[in-house]
Design a protein around this ligand. Structure first.
Ligand code: 2AL
Length: 249
């Protein structure tokens, strides 16, 4: 099966890291197609960044060969429901996948993410995914997304310290990493913390494989039906939904 792993920020080095995390867990018959959005923010750290990232993400689903499943590899899960409208292949967000994975192996988890503003956005996701009973706390490290790639930033030590505080103070028994750019920290943190550490990229790949393996597709009944045909004007005219047929499937 083909799983398209889309980095909705435009930083290719982060896509390489994400692709490696995905390929590490993928089953032998799974091909991971890693893509970087061609338009949008270099990193996604706020509501505006998220909104501006969605067209680049949508382009990656509409253009190119179809995949059996799509993964949005940014912890804000930007454009998740919109993406589900334009294909009947399963679409998974990494925050959603990581939080669900955590519920199977721990009764409570903490999310350790990047900036305070991203922490607040993650809290919104916790509520919209119905994870309030499982997520004990969302914690910020004040490490910006692109600083994760800077060896001089001390990001590793800062994230480890926040995870330790989470385990000491939150009554959590697992850590969810709150950024795709943290995917390479799993082993390091598990060694130090001795609790499960969940990277959403890996979780989403395995869950996508499971859904495709079960022959499940996104329901086209109700709000995930294809977008209604209508004109979109101005800069978005090329995106006008054409009709009831799926745009990509
Ligand atoms: C992210 C992420 O995963 N990629 C990105 O650009 N921003 N999320 C985050 N919580 O900072």
């Amino acid at each position: 099966m083909k799983i398209k792993l889309i980095n909705p920020n435009t930083t290719r080095s982060m896509t390489d890291l994400i692709a490696e995390a995905g390929r590490e867990v993928a089953a032998p018959g799974t091909e991971i197609i890693a893509a970087t959005s061609l338009s949008g923010p270099a990193s996604i750290e706020g509501h505006f960044d998220e909104a501006m990232s969605v067209l680049g993400l949508v382009d990656e689903i509409l253009d190119g060969p179809r995949a059996d499943a799509y993964i949005i590899a940014c912890f804000g899960d930007p454009g998740l429901m919109a993406a589900r409208e334009i294909t009947d292949a399963p679409v998974l967000g990494i925050a959603e996948a990581a939080m669900h994975a955590a519920t199977f192996i721990a009764t409570g988890f903490s999310v350790v993410t990047t900036l305070e503003r991203t922490r607040i956005i993650t809290e919104h996701l916790v509520r919209s995914y119905g994870m309030e009973h499982h997520c004990r706390r969302v914690r910020a490290t004040e490490v910006a997304v692109l600083e994760l790639e800077n060896p001089q930033s001390n990001a590793r030590a800062t994230i480890l310290a926040e995870c330790e505080r989470a385990l000491a103070e939150d009554q959590s028994s697992a850590i969810v990493l709150g950024c795709a750019g943290m995917a390479d920290l799993v082993r390091y943190l598990e060694d130090k913390l001795q609790v499960p550490v969940i990277d959403g990229v890996a979780a989403a790949v395995k869950m996508a494989e499971a859904l495709v393996g079960m022959g499940l597709k996104t329901s086209k009944r109700g709000d995930l039906a294809p977008p209604l045909p209508k004109p979109y004007r101005g800069k978005l005219s090329a995106y006008s939904p054409k009709g009831p047929a799926l745009i990509a499937s």
